[in-house]
Design a protein around this ligand. Structure first.
Ligand code: WTA
Length: 650
């Protein structure tokens, strides 16, 4: 399906789904007046929501807004880990399961709030013994094992800033992030499991720390002997050190609400990833509030988010959101088709999961596999479903509704970003009528609009730029080390108004339909990848002179990467070289950035002012009749590319 067809089906969608009376009756947010109240006084709304956290010093100021810089609750103090763990140890949740962890090979571990708290305290002592203090940066490069949340919560407990790097990233990407954040400690594992294979994390980590200020590499043993790890001078065994640390409680560091909780890197329109900065108070208020409003979390829920903690979804909706709300959060280490395609449904049955949060690309994969893998299991405990990461096509939405939700679970399609910290546009499941393919309306306390090139509202029935018109507690505060880029990227187009970089359509009911990125960022299976990052990786290869990368639509992944490559003089194109270049990108960035296809071209199609015509490349990669080529400097370039595409298809 091409982009245009997709848009067409989306905008013709007319089905609506109302929350059932049964769901409404029990919903945390059940009074529709909340929308209007929050819209009339967003600050009062957020200040009231902030009461759900435990503050060491209560804030008296809610918002200070000097566009584009916001401070929320700035005279309040609190600690994220105290809120996520310790306060629950003091009451009836003490022995409640906080984290239910399922390992890929079939091992599992349950940590109650009290057990988790003890682990975090020991890890906090351990970090201190390694010289980590308040404000220091700790890079974490771990697979989805319990030590990952334990490590991040230990950082937050002592006031260190964690920067988690998804374990699928290659060593160069890890190194770039370590350097940019200037981390003094790296926490990694000997290796990880993925689809039964062993992923050599320690090896990547060893390469990444060279030439950085990392003083120690703290190594968790996940795989053991088969990992074949080489130990170096900087390395410290997590387990050995944990065994030596005191078992006494570690006092939570009182943090100012505006102290940094974490930095998380995400792709932008240049080759250099952006270190998105989130602070403690506002971020936690956003995460906690949306858990209660959008996810309707209850003490009786077993909540399962299938994301990886290496991405923002995992930060907010596996760790800080559910734990701050005292919920039971399920985390799964491995691939959804290991050992078989029913694995996620087996987990849902095993732990009686009530809320499932996953991505459209996963749903489309389940569709491809067929419902039999679901039907092998009892998934009747599910009561609410969520979707995130990319626009969900109505067909996938309906399939999710019918086959997984058995037509009785509301679906919350949640639009948000690394930068926004928590869900911004999403239905409140007890209040909002949903439409398949629309994230519906902003959550209470959030103001969004769809505007034209001049920042003027387009009004119902039209499309344009999605914008967020007022500050919100969990908004990014800056880009680490580059406030200018922060100002320019997000507030440069419309003054004082946040520009997410997505296109959107507003329908007659004021529902928002997200149309995807409008910048040079692509979304492959819900992973954000900058085209420039892939281009820079490609041109580092000795055979490559120039490269242009675009996202083309893909039935399962949403988008796939297509690369157009010009080779250096004297280098001949070959299938071997295609393979080599794909592999090269994998080792430079990570497997998720591996191009789906590579086209060789004597020249890239450029305008007379030397701008690469990406739209044209997209047309070629999607096999579409070519649009306007009149501005092209050398029309023959396109002809030969078209030919290559046709040969590939036949
Ligand atoms: C896209 C992931 C449509 C969007 C939480 C955004 C979505 C980017 C949705 C952020 C959704 C995320 N519907 N598009 N429900 N959720 N996106 O930073 O383009 O990894 O800008 O955050 O994903 O990706 P990020």
């Amino acid at each position: 399906m091409t982009e245009a067809d997709r848009l067409d089906t989306l905008l013709k969608e007319t089905r609506t789904f109302m929350p059932s009376q049964a769901f409404k009756n029990q919903a945390n947010f059940a009074d529709p007046a909340i929308y209007e109240q929050a819209a009339n006084d967003p600050e009062a709304y957020w200040a009231a929501q902030a009461e759900n956290l435990t503050w060491f010093t209560k804030f008296t100021k809610t918002l200070e807004w000097n566009p584009p810089h916001a401070k929320w609750f700035s005279d309040g103090t609190l600690n994220a880990t105290y809120n996520a763990v310790d306060r629950h140890r003091e009451g009836i949740r003490k022995n409640k399961a906080a984290i239910i962890w399922e390992g890929e090979p079939g091992d599992s571990r349950v940590l109650t709030y009290d057990m988790l708290g003890r682990e975090v305290d020991r890890a906090a002592h351990m970090l201190k013994s390694l010289g980590v203090g308040k404000g220091d940066r700790v890079a974490i490069y771990l697979p989805m094992i319990p030590e990952l949340p334990i490590a991040m919560l230990a950082c937050a407990k002592i006031g260190a800033i964690h920067t988690i790097v998804f374990a699928g990233f290659a060593s160069t990407s890890l190194k770039d992030r370590i350097l940019d954040a200037d981390a003094k400690l790296l926490i990694t594992a000997d290796a990880g499991y993925r689809r039964g294979n062993i992923v050599p994390l320690k090896q990547n980590a060893d390469e990444a720390v060279e030439g950085t200020n990392v003083e120690h590499v703290l190594v968790v043993t996940r795989v053991g002997e088969k990992a074949n790890t080489t130990w170096h001078e900087k390395d410290v065994s997590w387990h050995d050190l944990m065994a030596k640390t005191p078992t006494t409680p570690f006092p939570a560091e009182p943090m100012n609400a505006e102290d940094i909780l974490y930095i998380l890197y995400t792709s932008g329109t240049t080759g250099k990833p952006k270190g998105i900065v989130h602070t403690t108070g506002g971020y936690l208020v956003g995460a906690n509030t949306s858990m209660r409003s959008v996810f309707d979390i209850k003490d009786s829920d077993v909540y399962f988010c299938t994301a990886d903690i290496g991405w923002v979804t995992g930060h907010t909706y596996i760790v800080y959101g559910p734990l701050s709300a005292g919920a039971t959060t399920v985390m799964y280490e491995g691939a959804p088709d290991f050992p078989d395609r029913d694995r996620l449904f087996a987990i849902i049955e095993k732990y009686a999961v009530t809320i499932l949060y996953t991505a459209p690309t996963s749903i489309r994969t389940f569709m491809k596999w067929g419902p039999s893998y679901i039907d092998q299991h009892d998934v009747s405990t599910l009561r609410l479903l969520g979707s995130v990461g990319e626009p969900i096509n109505p067909e996938a939405w309906m399939w999710y509704h019918v086959h997984i939700g058995k037509e009785h679970c509301p679906i919350v399609d949640t639009w948000w970003q690394t930068e926004t910290g928590c869900a911004m546009i999403a239905p409140l499941p007890g209040l909002m009528t949903t439409k398949p393919g629309s994230a519906t309306r902003p959550v209470p306390g959030i103001s969004v609009d769809v505007v034209d090139e001049n920042g003027v509202s387009v009004g119902p029935g039209n499309g344009g730029y999605l914008v967020i018109t007022k500050p919100w507690p969990s908004m990014l505060r800056t880009i680490w080390g580059d406030d200018e880029r922060f100002k320019k990227t997000y507030f440069g187009k419309f003054e004082g108004i946040y520009l997410p970089g997505d296109g959107a359509h507003l329908d007659e009911d004021n529902y928002i339909w997200i149309l995807g990125r409008i910048d040079d960022v692509i979304n492959v299976s819900g992973h954000r990848i900058g085209t420039m990052e892939v281009e820079s990786a490609l041109v580092e290869h000795e055979s490559v002179a120039e490269a242009a990368v675009i996202g083309r639509s893909h039935d399962v992944k949403g988008q796939a990467i297509a690369a157009f490559v010009t080779l250096r003089e004297g280098i001949a194109s070959s299938d071997e070289l295609v393979k080599e270049l794909k592999q090269f990108v994998s080792t430079k960035i990570g497997a998720m950035a591996r191009p789906e296809e590579i086209y060789f071209t004597a020249e890239l199609p450029k305008t007379r002012s030397a701008k690469i015509m990406r739209r044209l490349l997209r047309d070629i990669a999607e096999g579409r009749a070519l649009g306007d080529t009149t501005t092209l400097a050398d029309p023959s370039v396109v002809e030969s590319l078209k030919q290559q595409y046709q040969e590939k298809e036949s």
